[in-house]
Design a protein around this ligand. Sequence first.
Ligand SMILES: *[C@@H]1O[C@H](CO)[C@@H](O)[C@H](O)[C@H]1NC(C)=O
Length: 123
Amino acid sequence: MESLVTLLITCFSVLSVQLTSRITEAQQCQASVDGISLSGHVMSTVVVDDIGSCSDKCAVTPGCQSINFYMKSSLCELNNKTVENTPSHKVQNNRAVYFKNPDPLPPEPVRRGILLGSGSRGE
Ligand SMILES: *[C@@H]1O[C@H](CO)[C@@H](O)[C@H](O)[C@H]1NC(C)=O
């Protein structure tokens, strides 16, 4: 009897993990929009295998807030803005998929040449 309860609990937790990952997938799908792109805020362009690699690239790039992905050329553009904060730069583009980075890293601090890392403060 006890082992049956354990089995049921195990089944339930496996099931709930699967449910949770499906919800996450659904949320990620919602974040991407077919047929638009964001112009004028491209920080860098890379060629990748698929949109997953493109969003991974964005996730690890400081200041990357969204991506434009072009299916045909596998071109991945990293944007330092989103359509939400610059709606006037939204462009209709049938070949593009726009994807907002749900968890952007803060932009890299501006490097000030020799002031950074010199350790000297004029003393
Ligand atoms: C965003 O990228 C554009 C295009 O490369 C650049 O001109 C602009 O200065 C960048 N803006 C910020 C806030 O980094």
